[in-house]
Design a protein around this ligand. Structure first.
Ligand SMILES: CC[C@@H](C(=O)O)C(=O)SCCNC(=O)CCNC(=O)[C@H](O)C(C)(C)COP(=O)(O)OP(=O)(O)OC[C@H]1O[C@@H](n2cnc3c(N)ncnc32)[C@H](O)[C@@H]1OP(=O)(O)O
Ligand code: CO
Length: 135
């Protein structure tokens, strides 16, 4: 079951500059910075009440963020929905005809299992599903 809009991912060219910008905008500093090597990104997270923003800077030219910045420029890159059972949601959405981009959930940032749906099947919006890792 989808339970929540967990975060909005924003692709940026210069994470340090965007951290300053969002700190001024939201009047709170980022609560976390984290590199996710497998995705070729460095992230930082802001939280205002229930709202979370993830800023993403590319760390390699073949990162999805580098490709996105080349094609579309800075801006909203994905919407991440929290789910209570990511494996079950991946199965359900595949059966509904969505293109699930991962065979199994992978480790994302901020202690989450994540997977993605192809934007061509979701009205041009890249969708991330995420579930907290409990170990
Ligand atoms: C930090 C970890 C995690 C978290 O915990 O929160 C993250 O958020 S990681 C975020 C970065 N990782 C990903 O985005 C992984 C999922 N993405 C992908 O697998 C790929 O980017 C893709 C969506 C399959 C596209 O890859 P590819 O086909 O190689 O790239 P193209 O540049 O050729 O794009 C094809 C097509 O898709 C459009 N596109 C690409 N990205 C987006 C996007 N974010 N939103 C909307 N549309 C997107 C792209 O414009 C191309 O369209 P056309 O030009 O019309 O063909
Ligand atoms: Co994300």
């Amino acid at each position: 079951m989808v339970t929540n809009l967990e975060h909005i991912g924003i692709a940026v060219r210069d994470l340090a500059a965007s951290n300053d910008l969002f700190t001024k905008l939201l009047n709170v500093p980022p609560y976390k910075a984290e590199a996710v090597e497998a995705e070729g990104v460095t992230t930082s997270f802001f939280r205002v009440n229930q709202t979370k923003i993830e800023l993403l800077e590319a760390t390699s030219p073949d990162s999805p963020i580098a490709k996105f910045l080349d094609k579309k420029g800075e801006g909203i890159h994905h919407l991440a929905f929290e789910v209570d059972d990511i494996a079950a949601e991946m199965k359900r959405l595949a059966a509904e005809g969505f293109t699930v981009l991962n065979e199994t959930p992978k480790r994302g940032a901020d202690n989450k299992w994540v997977c993605f749906l192809h934007p061509k099947g979701t009205n041009g919006v890249l969708v991330e599903l995420c579930q907290e890792i409990k170990e």
